[in-house]
Design a protein around this ligand. Structure first.
Ligand code: P6P
Length: 335
C-alpha cells in the first residue's frame, strides 16, 4: 500500500475533515520543512561545525549550544514571510518575535523549543524540536501582538507536535483530532505517514525520571518511585523498568509508542522553583499530544492544559503518559 505524505494528509484534513484552515496548513508545512533542515544540520555533527556551545546563555540561564541558535534562526526565518503568523516565541529568546511589517500578518502564534535536550547533541544522542500553535488575537490596525497574547491555556492550542532526531527523523503532530506520525524519507525528502491515531499502550511498567533529583521530590513522588523500584517485592507486585534519555522529546516518543510515564516533578526544596520544564512550549504541546493519544498530563495538582499562564517562560512540574500512572501519582499528591 502506498504511504500517505504529510502534504496529502494535510490536504485531506483541509478538504474532507474541514479541520484545517489554509494558514494553519501552511504553518505546519513550513515548520515540518524547518525540521527537515534542522535534522540535516544535526546529522552533519562535527563535520558541519554545529557542535559545542557558545559563550552565551539563554533567558533560562542555560549555556546555548550552537545548534540551539542555528535551529532558532531557521524557524524564525522560515516562518516570518508566509503570512500565516502574527508572532513567535522561543525558549531561546527572552521576548516575542513579531513578524516584520514588510510581511503580511497571519492569524496564528507559534511557540517552540528549537532543540530540546541540546546537551545530547555533542554525544550523538537523540534531541528534538517541540512546537505549539495558538490563535492570535483579532487584528487591530496599528496594534501589535504583545506577550500577554501568548499567555493562553494549553487547551486553546490548535495544533502541537515535535520532531525527534534519532536513528530516524520522525514528526509527530496533532491538529486536535488524533496524533499522527511521519517518518522522513531522506531519499525523496518527504515526510511519510508511518502511524496514525496513535494511542498510548496501557499497562507498560516503565517510568522516566532523573533519579539524581530524588532529594528534591515530595513524599508522594518518593512513594510512587519507591513502589516501582520495589518491583515484585513491593505493594505493586510487579517489576518496573526505568529509562531517562535527557531529552523529553525522546522520552515522550517512547511513551507514545510503547507506554509508560514521564516525570519531571516540582522541586519541593525550592518553593519558588516549580520545576525545570517550561509550560508554554514544552508542557502544553506535550500535554495536548498525550491527551489526544489517550494519555494524561498533570503538574501534580491539575491538568497541564488548564493551567493559566502568567509568564512566557514559566516553569512547571510535569507528570505525563499512561493515564493510570498519572492518576496514581496525582491521587497520592491529594492524600
Ligand atoms: P536533566 C533538556 O534539557 C530538558 O529540558 C528535557 O528535554 C529533559 O527531559 C530534561 O531537561 C533533562 O533534565 O535535569 O535530567 O538534565
Amino acid at each position: 500500500m502506498k504511504r500517505k505524505t504529510l502534504t496529502q494528509f494535510l490536504i485531506e484534513q483541509q478538504r474532507e475533515a474541514g479541520t484545517l484552515q489554509p494558514q494553519l496548513r501552511l504553518l505546519i508545512e513550513v515548520v515540518a520543512r524547518s525540521c527537515k533542515a534542522i535534522s540535516h544540520s544535526i546529522s552533519k555533527g562535527a563535520l558541519g561545525g554545529v557542535l559545542g556551545s557558545l559563550d552565551s546563555e539563554n533567558v533560562q540561564g542555560e549555556v546555548q549550544k550552537k545548534l540551539d541558535v542555528i535551529a532558532n534562526e531557521m524557524l524564525l526565518e522560515a516562518n516570518e514571510w508566509g503570512g500565516h503568523l502574527a508572532a513567535m516565541a522561543s525558549e531561546e529568546m527572552e521576548t516575542i518575535h513579531l513578524v516584520p511589517n514588510r510581511y503580511p500578518q497571519g492569524e496564528y502564534l507559534l511557540l517552540f523549543d528549537p532543540i530540546d535536550g541540546s546537551s545530547n547533541i555533542d554525544v550523538d544522542l537523540s534531541v528534538g524540536t517541540i512546537f505549539s500553535v495558538l490563535r492570535a488575537p483579532a487584528r487591530v490596525e496599528g496594534k501589535d501582538v504583545v506577550e500577554d497574547d501568548f499567555l493562553q491555556k494549553g487547551e486553546f492550542q490548535v495544533a502541537a507536535g515535535y520532531a525527534v532526531y534519532g536513528p530516524q527523523t520522525i514528526l509527530v503532530l496533532t491538529l486536535g483530532a488524533g496524533v499522527h506520525e511521519f517518518t522522513l524519507d531522506r531519499e525523496i525528502g518527504s515526510w511519510v505517514m508511518t502511524d496514525t491515531d496513535m494511542k498510548i499502550p496501557a499497562g507498560k511498567r516503565e517510568f522516566a525520571i532523573n533519579m539524581s533529583n530524588a532529594r528534591q521530590w515530595s513524599p508522594a513522588v518518593h512513594r510512587f518511585i519507591d513502589d516501582r523500584v520495589a518491583g515484585t517485592q513491593g505493594v505493586l507486585g510487579a517489576d518496573y523498568n526505568m529509562r531517562w534519555t535527557g531529552s523529553m522529546v525522546a522520552d515522550v516518543h517512547r511513551i507514545l509508542k510503547r507506554g509508560g510515564v514521564f516525570l519531571y516533578p516540582r522541586d519541593v526544596t525550592k518553593p519558588g522553583k516549580v520545576g525545570k520544564l517550561r509550560l508554554m512550549y514544552e508542557g502544553n504541546p506535550m500535554a495536548m499530544l498525550m491527551e489526544q493519544a489517550g494519555g494524561a498530563a498533570s503538574d501534580g495538582e491539575e491538568r497541564i492544559m488548564t493551567i493559566s499562564p502568567t509568564a512566557l517562560h514559566q516553569r512547571v512540574g510535569l507528570i505525563m503518559g499512561d493515564p493510570a500512572e498519572v492518576e496514581a501519582l496525582t491521587s497520592a499528591y491529594r492524600n
